[in-house]
Design a protein around this ligand. Structure first.
Ligand SMILES: O=C(CO)COP(=O)(O)O
Length: 315
């Protein structure tokens, strides 16, 4: 397990011990949704931000890994399913751990839906992938949703804690779930899970302010990071959104100052240029020209009861 542990350690920011993973695997499940055109901008711009990794399907991984800086972990996504499938969004393995490794993967990810007609096969796949990946020292991130014919409310807090629990008990190294909106039960699920828990973005947040509030609340509840796609790549300024997510996630660790390099000068042109992260409160020894050190303000605790949006667009 030493290989898995070492690679797992690299998925977290060395100071904050939190993680921001950019999810760019949506083209398979959703087709040409808005924001996919921003992928090249994000792949180029993320090198300037404290983003720990990116989730890519194998074809996009093959096309993109050459452009990614070596400090960014590549998660090759092993499973696929579309909104047109029967049952909808059922997931099948489309890539092996071996193939992922050949593509330069630092970790693998896969998606499991519980409450689905094909739950049993997805769980078998999950068991097989954890065995195969761990035999090669590769960490597994399991993205687990409650989604299928048996499920009425995908964000039901007890279902979200069940997803967390299942991932932890079945051997994932990181479990990734949507945030339920119920801070207390989420915090309990996270605290008792044997491995770190990340949240996904989901389509349910009405606006960016709500998405940021969700991230802040999940971090307060003990989440170790985010694996996020749509709220970032569908934002009108994706690089600015990504920088703000980095601040929220890494800045959630008390006393940690997170260095954010402005993407403005080297990245592909973006509106982020005119809206760079806040000015540094104070410089650190490591501060280099064009870099700013920011320390996120401690956010208010805002517990909110679950508000579900089962009809929202899925992923
Ligand atoms: O793809 C994801 C996890 O793999 C999450 O995507 P969203 O943030 O768009 O829900």
């Amino acid at each position: 397990m030493i290989g898995t542990m070492r690679r797992l350690g690299r998925l977290f920011h060395p100071q904050s011990a939190k993680s921001v993973i950019l999810a760019l695997d949506h083209g398979v499940s959703e087709g040409m949704i808005p924001g996919l055109t921003e992928i090249p901008l994000l792949i180029e711009g993320m090198k300037h931000l404290p983003v720990q990794g990116v989730v890519l399907n194998k074809g996009l991984a093959r096309a993109s890994v050459g452009s990614l800086s070596l400090d960014k972990n590549v998660f090759v996504h092993l499973s696929a399913g579309t909104k047109h499938g029967l049952p909808t969004y059922n997931q099948s393995l489309v890539c092996s751990v071996n193939e992922a490794l050949r593509l330069g993967a630092d970790a693998v990810s896969m998606h499991v839906n519980i409450g689905n007609d094909l739950e049993d096969r997805m769980l078998q796949d999950f068991g097989m992938v954890t065995d195969e990946a761990h035999a090669m020292g590769i960490p597994v991130m399991a993205v687990i949703y409650a989604r299928g014919g048996q499920i009425v409310n995908e964000l039901d807090p007890s279902l979200i804690t069940h997803c967390i629990r299942l991932g932890g008990e079945l051997g994932a190294d990181v479990v990734c779930v949507p945030y339920s909106g119920d801070k207390q039960s989420f915090a309990m699920g996270v605290a008792t899970c044997p491995v770190p828990v990340f949240i996904t973005g989901g389509p349910a947040q009405p606006n960016w302010k709500a998405a940021k509030k969700m991230i802040a609340e999940a971090m307060e509840a003990g989440a170790s990071g985010v694996t996020m796609g749509r709220p970032i790549f569908q934002h009108k300024d994706p690089l600015k959104a990504l920088a703000e997510v980095c601040q929220l996630v890494h800045g959630s660790t008390e006393g940690v100052e997170v260095q954010i390099t402005s993407p403005a000068k080297d990245a592909a042109p973006s509106k982020a240029e005119s809206e760079a992260p806040p000015k540094p409160k104070k410089a650190t020894a490591k501060t280099a020209p064009r870099k700013s050190t920011v320390k996120s303000a401690k956010r208010r605790t805002a517990t909110k009861s679950a508000k579900s949006s089962p009809k929202a667009k899925k992923k």
